[in-house]
Design a binder for this molecule. Sequence first.
Ligand code: CUA
Length: 158
Amino acid sequence: MHLHRYEKWWITFGIGSLVLFLIIVGIGAFHQGHQPPSSVKTINYEQVDKVTPFNEPGLTKVSGKDWDYELVVVASAFMYMPAEVEIPVGSTVKIIATTKDVVHGYGVTGTNINMMLEPGYISEYVTTMDKIGEYLVVCNEYCGTGHHTMKMMYKVVD
Ligand code: CUA
């Protein structure tokens, strides 16, 4: 078969465009990895209850770190463990959270804390609670029939 010069040119242009498109898509999808940036640590979500520190959810005082407390949270349909926590005002807290089942949200109202908890990943966030008050934590990822009942309370106390 004889190809006209212009036909060859258009075939080359077409293939070239496709290759360029795939490269752009490839770079866009992979250059930051598949995980959200806050969730680079992994965990077997079926074993969450048996793995440290998630076997003991709650607030723990720590020393020698850039934060004063570690708050370990386990989310599941449709609750958070612990359901309530008292945090001394002015404390810097590292939240360490994961889920035992499906994707849940972790939004602390009145703050800029808003994490996504994905099965298999550990989400972390360091924050300073410097205002006394009660802060409701809500799930902002639809996770099933009890989604709207999923909450936790931070009590920042003097
Ligand atoms: Cu958990 Cu919505």
